[in-house]
Design a protein. Structure first.
Length: 211
């Protein structure tokens, strides 16, 4: 998983994917990590509420539970615990492997662009044997356009309205999947070019999109 030259020409065969609740169901692992983290720091955290609103950067979630001056410290501690609790329980979302393969069969490239920090994203993908061509972590909403442009992605697939905004900022075709916290109607209203129920619908859409 490597970086490509900055700002190559946009290609409809280069497809970006979000990670949490787009490619991977990280909810069981994140819930386990937050339960362990809450017990360690002695602060009650509703882990079920946390996993109901995945998408934005971790720091935003921590700000719901800690004063601003402790957010950086608590984020670092949670991330230190994360590999021990969150990797093993995570599974691919339905259709995720096939979506990656569909792009590859067409001679395309796949990149993962996520708000999750890069090392943890790579741990997840390696554990499940999913091998995109590149991974860019720590990017959210409009900030995702940075990596999408750098890799020349013509399509971006995500489950959150922030992903729709990232695609629009990069000038990429926005494919939304209604598998995360944002319902299909909200994704469409945010400007998604197409909304799929989940990634099991990706291959038929992809074959039609390519013509």
């Amino acid at each position: 998983m490597t970086t490509s030259p900055a700002n190559p020409p946009t290609s409809p065969l280069t497809v970006g994917f979000d990670l949490d609740l787009t490619l991977l169901d990280t909810r069981p692992g994140i819930r386990a990590a937050f339960v362990a983290f809450s017990a360690e720091v002695g602060v009650p955290i509703d882990a079920d509420l946390v996993v109901s609103r995945l998408g934005p950067p971790l720091e935003q979630e921590m700000a719901h539970w800690f004063p601003a001056e402790h957010v950086t410290e608590m984020t670092a501690r949670y991330r230190a615990l994360y590999p021990s609790y969150a990797i093993e329980p995570t599974v691919p979302m339905p259709g995720a492997r096939d979506a990656i393969e569909a792009v590859r069969e067409a001679g395309g490239r796949t990149i993962v662009v996520t708000a999750k920090n890069g090392p943890h994203a790579e741990l997840h993908l390696a554990h499940l044997g999913i091998e995109p061509d590149a991974v860019a972590g720590g990017l959210w909403a409009e900030g995702k356009a940075e990596a999408l442009r750098a890799h020349g992605a013509g399509v971006y697939v995500g489950d959150h309205v922030g992903d729709v905004r990232g695609a629009a900022t990069a000038g990429a075709y926005s494919v939304a999947v209604a598998t995360g916290p944002c319902p299909a109607e909200e994704l469409a209203a945010a400007g998604a070019d197409v909304v799929l129920a989940d990634l099991t619908d990706f291959r038929p859409w992809w074959e039609g999109y390519r013509g």
